[in-house]
Design a protein around this ligand. Sequence first.
Ligand SMILES: [Zn+2]
Length: 237
Amino acid sequence: MTEKVFYQDSYLKTYHSEVVEVVDGGVILAATIFYPQGGGQPGDTGRLTIGGRDYRVVDTRYAEDRARIVHRIDGADLGDIRAGDAVDMEIDWQRRHRLMRMHTSMHLICSLIDAQATGGAVGETESRIDFDLQGQVIDKEQLTAALNQLVEQALPVTIGAITDEELDRNPGLVRTMSVQPPRGQGTVRTITIENTDYQPCGGTHVRNTAEIGELLVTGLKNKGKQNKRISMALVEP
Ligand SMILES: [Zn+2]
């Protein structure tokens, strides 16, 4: 199982670990700061340095067991890499930080819309989220203003944990992306935005909503009978 260092600290840009296994097209490490695709957030990109050689990480994904994390490396010969080799890693921080800002803004939008989210995708500068609105009407300008108010309030964002049993008793907590958090490890990671949003989430977030910067609701589209797709973007990329 890969240790998820990004779970405790999403701000680490570099880290040191060792190789556990070389798989087809990628490398598995003992611990990583690379976020694997999930919950609507894309996998991280960056660089691994092993034995004095740099390897470009083009994507990060969970292995099929959902426990190990594969750093995907394109077009490089991995034949010299051995289990136990020391690794220096660096993520593409500018990209990741934008994804953190966008991901955190998904929580803000969830707090403003009283409906079940049915899917979503976090992008580098623009994201979308689908809601089962049941006929509720959304006003683009109003929603933009409400989002920016939450950004301006500079609300702290904190990481916590909930037990599997507590979560089973409160299924309404699972609100975004229609993804059920992984159970079976005793606890599930949670994210709290002060006085605004609380839900299980495994993604990477900024520490304070002020870091998101100005947001703009860019689109409202019908997606099927009940579903509305809301798009929003970072004004300062
Ligand atoms: Zn989240």
